[in-house]
Ligand binder design. Structure first.
Ligand SMILES: [Zn+2]
Length: 106
């Protein structure tokens, strides 16, 4: 039995939004399952991270897609991430040094 059939059997309400976005709510209108915007799979709420302003207070991507995306970002941007961190370190450091010089001259 697919998740959709299971949810229907449990008498959750199936709702749809434009562009094939399907979600299920319980009697209180709480979102119990929704479609991941990336992999397009219908998944239960516990497969999404909490997001206070998200639809159903859930992020748009399921946990699998979120961790895939983070890993991809790091792999494809490894050099960039390093450069940005390094630049930040040097900026902080020179600021700190000039503050120290200022203090010493007082
Ligand atoms: Zn997904």
């Amino acid at each position: 039995m697919s998740l959709r059939e299971e949810l229907l059997a449990q008498e959750y309400d199936e709702r749809t939004k434009p562009r094939g976005f399907v979600y299920f709510t319980d009697a209180d209108g709480q979102v119990v399952a929704k479609t991941c915007r990336k992999c397009r799979e219908l998944k239960q709420a516990e497969n999404y991270h909490y997001k206070s302003d998200g639809f159903g207070q859930l992020g748009p991507y399921c946990k699998v897609c979120v961790s895939d995306r983070d890993r991809e970002y790091y792999v494809t941007n490894r050099e960039r991430v390093k450069r940005v961190k390094n630049a930040y370190y040097h900026r902080k450091r020179s600021k700190q040094l000039s503050l120290n010089l200022f203090r010493n001259s007082e």
